[in-house]
Design a protein around this ligand. Sequence first.
Ligand code: FA5
Length: 336
Amino acid sequence: MKNTESVLKKIENLQESASSQLKNNADSNVLEDWRIKFLGRNGELSELMKVMKEVSSEDKRVIGPKLNQLKDNLNKLFESAKESSAQNLNDENSFDITLPGKNLSYGSLHPTTLIIREICEAFRSMGFQIHEGNEIETEKYNFDLLNIPSDHPARDQWDTIWLDLKNSNDKYLLRTHTSPMQARIMEKNDPPIRVVVPGKCYRYEATDATHEWEFHQIEGLAIDKNISFSELKGTLYQMARKIFGSDQKVRFRCDFFPFVEPGVDMSILWEGKWIEILGAGMVHPKVLSGVGYDPNEYSGFAFGIGPERVSMLKNKIKDIRNFHANDLRFLSQFVS
Ligand code: FA5
């Protein structure tokens, strides 16, 4: 007579060794070997079944269901292994490794981002830091601290998008230029300052080939003791040579901005024509004193560049509206 305990142990062992020997993704030959070994006519399960003849009818009631359960389990194991190997086989058949791979299309940097990075890098190499600012401004920073009081005719130059913010004493607007960052940076820092501030600006104006209502500027500001106009010229000339090439010619002409004195614009000679790319000047003493700097001690220069216009010249782009049209035929020309 067989001992019930030892039979139950054998059932358990067979279950364990059968499942541990059935490898994932086995090929059909390995599967068949497994089937013969465990489920075949002379396999380990059949062998174990033979004990039923040797046990008492009382033990049969305990061992019988366990053996049936084991048989059931082994059959299920086999079926599911067969299914998954068939699946693999199908996958392999449908995959022709000799076919050329599919090209993934990558995103790329926007042409505005590219030119902003290029211009900022030109200034960074001359010791300028890069800083960003807020696009929603108050009247104080966009106009008042830049020596543009509310009755000043210069305000008419900027068609402004005012914001109707409830419960606020300040007047808010979408900044018309990046120059408010001059005051914000000077208020928070002591000289020496050398910084460029790229960012978006907004003006309520009709669009055409060279004007957008939403565009970018890169503001620049350098404040220290004894900064002179020749440093302004030298810095901007160097930037133009870095962006457009070492033989680039530039031209400065007088211009008026209330927050600089004197004020200039800078043009570059491009395909035989002088094209204006930025406004600049020596920071006005009123702007310096407005942020608590002593104009007798400190001086400096500021400038505001339109990066889209620079990119238009460099890349022969005829219409500024291409930058925001989201047309892949345009954008994909800038994939580096
Ligand atoms: C200004 O906005 C001054 N804040 C620049 C400045 C800064 C002067 C510091 C002195 C000292 P202006 O409006 O000219 O100036 O704009 C400067 C540049 O921004 C232009 O040369 C042009 O490149 C770009 N720009 C201006 N308006 C638009 C527009 N509607 N669309 C695209 N680019 C524009």
